[in-house]
Design a protein. Sequence first.
Lengths: 464, 338
Amino acid sequence: MVKFFRILVAGSLIVASCAAILLPQFQTKSNSAPPNRSEVVFWHFWGGEDRDVVDRVVERFNQSQSEYWVRAVAVPGNNLDAKLFLSVAGGNPPDLVNQDDPVLADWYGRGVLQTVGEFAGDQAESQLSEFLLPAARRLAQVDGRWVAVPNGLDVRALYYNASLLEERGLQPPATLAEFDQVIRALSPPNNPNAEMFAYLPDPRRILAWGYVFGGDFFDEKTNRVRLDSPEIIAALNWMQEFSRLYGPDAVARFRQSEQSLPGKTFPLLPALAESNVGRYAFLLDGQWRTRDIESFAAARKARGLAAPRFGVCPLPPPDGGRSRSGWVNGNFFVVPRGAKNVSGAWAFIRFWIGLESVDQAARTCAEGGWIPVSSAVIESKSFQDYLGQHPLMATFVELADSDQVFPYPQTRGAMFFKRTLETAAEEAVSHPERSSAQILHDAGLRIQSQLDRLQKIERAADAK
Amino acid sequence: MTNIKLTYQPNGIAGMKRNREHQIAGWLFAAPWVIGFFVLVLTPFWASLVLSFCRWDMIRPPQWVGFENYLRLADEIRSQTGFGLALRNTLYYSLLSVPLSVVFGIGLAIMLSWPVRGQALFRTIFFLPSMIPVVATCILWMWLFDPQSGWVNHAIGWLGLPPQNWLHQARSAVSAESAAVVGNAWSGQAPLALFGSKDALVMISLWTVGNLMVIYLAALHDVPQSLYEAAELDGAGRWRRFWRITLPQLTPVILFNLVTGLIRSVQTFTSIYVLSEGTGAPGESLLVIALHIFLAAFVDLDMGYASAMAWLLFCALMLCTWLLFRSSRHWVYYRFAN
């Protein structure tokens, strides 16, 4: 009897442990496709409010369909790569993945992805080539092959406090020389306890300024890193100049203060109700900040207070630089190798980006605050109505249409590239006495060495 | 007098059978942990050793490369980039945080052992920070380290020091560079900007010293009162009693805390990930080995290189632990040792 009881207790414990592990799997299954609909498993990185937007797009697609049914799975954080790779290696990948990090070349180089031609046919490539904006086309191709389909663009531009400029009789700058003049007029040097700086460049935005100065960070033809090209050195020199002007410690101290709670603040906006000036007069940021400005204006209005006006302009180029230029990134779809429902995945991609209905795509972009990947969607009445209600978005949309905005170089090890470049820029800005040319040269060597190593591995794998 | 049976003795064949049943039941109860240990700990542990001699990106089959990953690590140590830099940062953090945690832990434990009113309340207050989640602690300290409105800069302002940039400064207080900074400040050429992100990290690590304090407090209660009484009779003052009795009696606990503290400091990841937004910024000053391994494995997907680093770290920790134990015979006092 005692023996029976012991075995019963031990057995129950094991069954309970197994059930605890397996139960969530069954619960997920209950969220599976309805009968007569083939399921498309869709992994994406979005969280927070954006996840709700994605869920709504999926819901609209599922309602519009009789053939496919998309199941969205949020896989946020840094581990999406590892999970995707293991799922591909294990033979059970999702049908569709959405990502926004510069990982495309790495994923493709490792043989994880299908090309657009493979999952949607060669016609799809020519269709996308006509449909997409130049920036979106750059985001979609690696080694001249279509391996992704962008579904939304993120563009950076220069926000400014229009009321403050007007009050001081200044104009938004069209060139870098004008920008420097405005900066010096608003923030003269030798004021270490300043509560407002006209502008302080964020070293992480070296890519944006490097492109505006006319530089190219990578030569795809020769596979060589070009961090020490004269234009990029000039861009970093210009960024260093702020540390020389105000002192590196004062700059660092000021910049750290708004980073105490990452991602929560937009320091162009005044923190105090009685003030019309924030911590900066100019700030480089993406189109999603227009929402912060609108919320701020609405909050001020609700309290019966007048809000300062804000504007957006492209990054002002130096002589010989690029106009309407800068850094663009975006969200893109990829179809992993071994995906089972590629036709369903392609149907969902078409729905999202507007190849089926530009109005649907415009609605999606408006809900998410994303910039459409196609001029057809931008020109649609729905999106134009949205732009009418959100005038600050106009500059971003214009920039997205420019052929002078560029993403991170589509190279193997692009995340290493990004990390090393940003660290180098930070070092230069923190130590204005050091040579930016030397810092960039050293960083370039490190990136090139990593790139060569990855290519060697890829060649060895291909040879096998 | 009650006759208590202290041991289970099998009695003939029936006893052996019962013993066997006991063993089976024991293994069944332990099975979830044993299976978990073999599958989730031991297998990856040895697999990582094999992988450290391979190139593996999680998608293509691992490719044997011999000592390539280890040679790369040696090269990076030589050039003070990548792993070499991470090693230097980790050493800085460990060499400051571990001894300081011992000093603060003992100091707090001694103060909290004084019989004062509200002793229990003080003990609770000093232990509470250890119970706050790491991420919440980091966010709190990011506010405290704010160079313009943070309390830390206000506090050092009372000592006459200028505001420091803490989390936005790659510089560290204990370095050759800091000597130049002090020199410049002395001659009035520049403000005394001495502390940086690594120093801030050390300060944050001391925030959770409450865990150690509890251990030292328990050890203090274990010190025989007769020793203090004898010392007092011999005319020993407070300082001498601490130096000659309390500290030697605490040495076994200090050894334990040194070993566990060293391992914990080398494995510090969460706080650094939060403070540097997962990059090791500013200027790679927070790029410690744990973060470098994470970036190599899960961002650059270079599992072989990451495994080699993990194994080198494991060997280094084993060596340090062995050295600590080896040195303990010279400074650790065991009361009941033969």
